[in-house]
Design a protein around this ligand. Structure first.
Ligand code: PRX
Length: 660
């Protein structure tokens, strides 16, 4: 097992456990009964949920077709339109006046959309996209900030059966180019720029560079005017959103698409250099999304105000910003800015302003707020909060308890505290799983700090040893998923072999998640981080190999090894060890040059925190780099067992260079 696994032994036993209050349990939407129903008849359970949470144009005739495993077909024969389910049906049901989105930009820059208004906008965008020649099955790349047009674009694509491929706005022009090319996107939707810490920050130049260098699939670039900065313009290619979308008709009939029609492709990092285009399809994805969004967060759509702080560039933003909340008819907040601009109380100000009742965020953010001090949230009225969610990385028990004690008991800005803290739900899932897989039910499960605990109803996960045998309680191993699930990925865009190899070949008939996990004495599951070459920095997934490839692509670098070292706030931080081919000519600082190079090639999120120039890398006799030893160095620990190194003196040389 990899080095990450050694954390297994360090894991302390957790005795604290918090049962739901009687008052919470009494009003909860999800009950114990869901587990029983799912255990008795898993497929029957999902068929029931499918008919409960979605409005189908044509009912399905078979719940699961697994005859071509590991390629799954769920809800076979069913036809459904994602945008109709997220929009029109709520208007038809008389909820057109309910707010769908409260958008919050820089202070003072706000907009709200009711379901009726959002439906109108999406219909116009759908007509506009069709008028630009986009039709069912075509790919649309989306490179937008967290503004309502991002959601409108995704839903307009879904409405007409076009497949959106959202690329996080923090990715570089190169990263965008490779994603446009891989998906052969026909249309790119972007903005002139965004606002970052009170200042305009450009987006379109990256699109210009990407499109200029791509293979030629792009017919048009549709540009939302967001920050009003001047942008370069190519007639015949670039179009302003404002010239095209508002002029389009607000009449558009949504047709049902096959349940297995692709809804989106989302690129994520794997263990090789090339990002994988994860494919999700319409029916199964939406069913598990809507069901988990309702159950895990105890959603009461008439009264709750939901806020997921994730960007739409990540799967969390797809599942729990664009789809789950809207399919469930909820009111949600979307925020474009950062947590500390114009001040460190910005998030809590937003919670107070909109009366947010369900907050969903990442442990990195919670740890950052811990560092800033509890006086900040204590200064706001957070009494509206009633469920707190966590996602993206393991949440340490200290952060979990702080979330509960500081945020979860706040009953007013004058120090009032709630008698019953709000439940915390830690949710484990992945881009590939599409929706929550392991999470407590807030009205049912007695929650435990630091553990995601139990599979959601209808999901079968396990922790297995090297040979795929289930481990006993109290033991650790690899996290697997035993049975196909509705929101599972259907493949990797253009590379079905890689799909089989990556997820279905490590263990027979089981999905290998790439995470280490442990079952505690109660059988609850603890997630222990990745066991492969994937790093998790602030809940963002990065590949060591991808960063290594980017480094060696620079002519200064002969060899590179990248590791994720433990970091108190961000979970992990990127450290690179490089052997230079030559020194930079102009006498520039090579470390800064290389950090900037990675930011340019991949994006600022991938920029190594530290780069060490070393004379050698630690390799085994067969030439494999022993990253474990480099991790020891990056974490400032005594270097572990290095007896299998081909050259025993290498670690001393490295330590020497790092010291210097
Ligand atoms: O290692 C796990 C970690 O994030 C990985 C998935 O990353 P991504 O596809 O970007 O999706 C993130 C948002 C769903 C997983 O393999 N991870 C996600 N949630 C948790 C987690 N690790 C521990 N606890 C979690 N709750």
């Amino acid at each position: 097992m990899s080095d990450k696994h050694s954390t297994l032994d360090n894991l302390s036993h957790e005795d604290r456990s918090f049962a739901p209050s009687a008052a919470f349990a009494a009003q909860a939407v999800a009950h114990e009964d869901l587990y029983r129903r799912a255990a008795e008849d898993r497929l029957g359970y999902w068929a029931d949920r499918a008919r409960e949470v979605l409005t189908w144009d044509t009912d399905f005739t078979q719940t699961l077709d697994w005859s071509e495993a590991p390629v799954a077909k769920w809800f076979v024969g069913g036809k459904v339109n994602a945008a109709y389910n997220a929009l029109d049906r709520h208007v038809e049901a008389g909820n057109g006046d309910r707010v769908a989105i409260h958008f919050e930009g820089e202070p003072g820059d706000t907009r709200s959309y009711t379901y009726a208004q959002l439906t109108d906008e999406v219909k116009r965008a759908a007509n506009a996209f069709e008028s630009l020649g986009v039709s069912t099955g075509d790919r649309v790349a989306v490179y937008l900030p967290m503004i309502p047009e991002a959601v409108i674009t995704m839903l307009a694509c879904a409405r007409i059966g076009a497949i959106h491929s959202v690329v996080f706005g923090g990715f570089s022009a190169d990263a965008l180019r490779s994603r446009i090319d891989d998906a052969e996107a026909k249309l790119v939707v972007t903005a002139d720029g965004t606002w970052r810490r009170g200042k305009p920050s450009p987006l379109k130049p990256a699109v210009d560079e990407a499109v200029a260098n791509c293979a030629g699939s792009v017919d048009n670039v549709l540009v939302v005017k967001r920050n009003g900065e001047d942008v370069a313009w190519t007639d015949g290619l670039d179009l302003w959103w404002d010239d095209v979308v508002p002029a389009a008709s607000p009449e558009h009939t949504a047709e049902g698409h096959d349940a297995e029609h692709p809804l989106f492709v989302l690129y994520t990092s794997g263990t090789t250099g090339k990002p994988k285009g994860i494919i999700h399809t319409t029916g199964g994805y939406l069913v598990q999304n809507a069901a988990t969004h309702r159950d895990t967060f105890d959603l009461h759509p008439e009264t709750d105000v939901f806020w997921c702080t994730a960007d739409i560039g990540w799967v969390t933003g797809h599942s729990y910003v664009t789809y789950g909340p809207l399919v469930n008819g909820a009111t949600q907040v979307i925020y474009e800015g950062t947590p500390d601009t114009p001040h460190q109380g910005r998030w809590w100000e937003i919670v107070e302003k909109y009366g947010v009742s369900i907050l969903y965020t990442a442990p990195t953010a919670i740890r950052t707020m811990m560092k800033w001090g509890r006086e900040i949230p204590d200064g706001y009225d957070l009494s509206s909060l009633r469920v707190l969610g966590s996602v993206g990385e393991p949440i340490n028990p200290e952060a979990w308890m702080w979330y509960r004690d500081v945020i979860g008991t706040n009953a007013g800005k004058n120090g009032e505290r709630k008698d019953e803290p709000t439940p915390i739900v830690d949710t484990w899932w992945q881009t590939e799983t599409g929706a929550h897989m392991i999470a407590p039910l807030p009205g049912v499960t007695a929650t435990k700090p630091g553990s995601a605990q139990v599979p959601v109803p209808g999901i079968t996960v396990d922790v297995v040893d090297e040979n795929g045998a289930s481990v006993a309680d109290g033991e650790g191993g690899y996290l697997v998923i035993r049975d196909p699930w509705p929101a599972m990925l259907r493949g990797i865009w253009g590379d079905m072999d890689r799909y089989r190899d990556t997820y279905w070949s490590r263990f027979e008939d089981m999905y290998f998640a790439g995470d280490g996990a442990k079952k505690d004495e109660d059988g609850d599951i603890w997630l222990l981080g990745r066991v492969d070459d994937v790093m998790n920095v602030s809940g963002h997934r990065l590949s060591t190999t991808e960063i290594e490839s980017s480094l060696v692509a620079n002519s200064l670098v002969a060899e590179a090894a990248v590791v994720g070292a433990k970091d108190e706030t961000t979970g992990e931080a990127v450290y690179a060890f490089v052997i230079l081919q030559r020194e930079p000519e102009g006498g520039e600082d090579v470390v800064e040059l290389l950090r900037a190079h990675v930011a340019k090639e991949i994006g600022a999120i991938a920029k190594p925190r530290g780069i060490f120039v070393v004379p050698e890398l630690p390799k085994t006799r067969s030439g494999k780099i022993m990253r474990r030893l480099l991790k020891d160095v990056a974490e400032g620990r005594e270097v572990g067992d290095s007896t299998t190194l081909a050259d025993a003196t290498v670690m001393a040389q490295i330590a020497d260079s790092v010291r210097r």
